[in-house]
Design a binder for this molecule. Sequence first.
Ligand code: ADP
Ligand code: ADP
Length: 226
Amino acid sequence: MKAIDIRGLEKTYKGGVKALNGINLSVEEGDFFALLGPNGAGKSTTIGIICSLVNKTAGNINVFQYDAEKQEVEAKSCIGLVPQEFNFNQFETLYQIVINQAGYYGVPRNIAKQRAEKYLKQLELWDRRNARSRELSGGMKRRLMIARALMHEPKILILDEPTAGVDIEVRRSMWKFLKDINQQGITIILTTHYLEEAEMLCRNIAIIDKGTIVENTSMKALLSTL
Ligand code: ADP
Ligand code: ADP
C-alpha cells in the first residue's frame, strides 16, 4: 500500500514565488525515503502541504487511503512531523510536552504515560524529563521533537532536515534510532541536503530542484550511476 501519493502538486506563494511545479511522488508503506535537494528546492513546502500546514495551489495528496484535504483529520493522524524549527512551550517540562501532545490526539492518559516513558527512554531523555526545553542542548531538543512526534504512534514519521546543526555523535544515535523504528514498521520520510545522510539511511530517494522532481529511484540505483 502507498503511504503517501502525490499527484500534480503545485504551490505558488503569495507574491508569486513558484515553489512546486506539479510534482508526482509516491512512498510505499514501510519505506525509508529521502527527499534530497538544495536549499530553496521545495522540500519544506512539500512536507508542509502533506501535513496540511501549507495550502496547495493545485494537485492531490493521499495519505494511506485518506485524501489529505477532504479527510484531513484522518490523514493527519497517520503522520508524526518533526519540523525544522523548535517550537516547544518554554514553561512545560519534557514530560508535559510529550504528554500534552498525546492529549491533542485523544490518546488516553494512562496510555500516554506509558508511551512517554517508552519514547523518552528510547531517546535518552528520561533522566531529563523534569527539565524545561530551554535547558536542553540542540541534539536533545531534536530528540525531544522525535519523541513528541511519536506519541500518537503515527504510521508515518516525517522529518525535515533532522540532523541540521546536530553533532556527529548525536547524529549517529539518531540514525540508529530511526533505522530501528523503521524496521519495526513505521514509514520514514526525511528531507536532507546531505547525500551522505540519505545514503546511510534510505532505500528510496527523490531529488527535487527548483520545484521539480529530477530523479526518483532506489538509493542503490542512484549510487551505481555516480
Ligand atoms: P527547501 O525546504 O527545499 O529549502 P522551501 O520549500 O523552503 O525549500 O522553499 C521553496 C521556495 O519557496 C523558495 O524559493 C523559498 O524562498 C520559497 N518560500 C518558502 N516559504 C515561503 C513563504 N512562506 N512565502 C514565500 N515564499 C516562500
Ligand atoms: P494526573 O493525576 O493529572 O494524571 P499525574 O499524577 O500524572 O497527574 O502528574 C502530575 C504532574 O507530574 C504532571 O505535571 C505530570 O506531567 C507530572 N508527572 C507525572 N508522572 C511523571 C513522571 N513519571 N515523570 C515526570 N513527571 C511526571
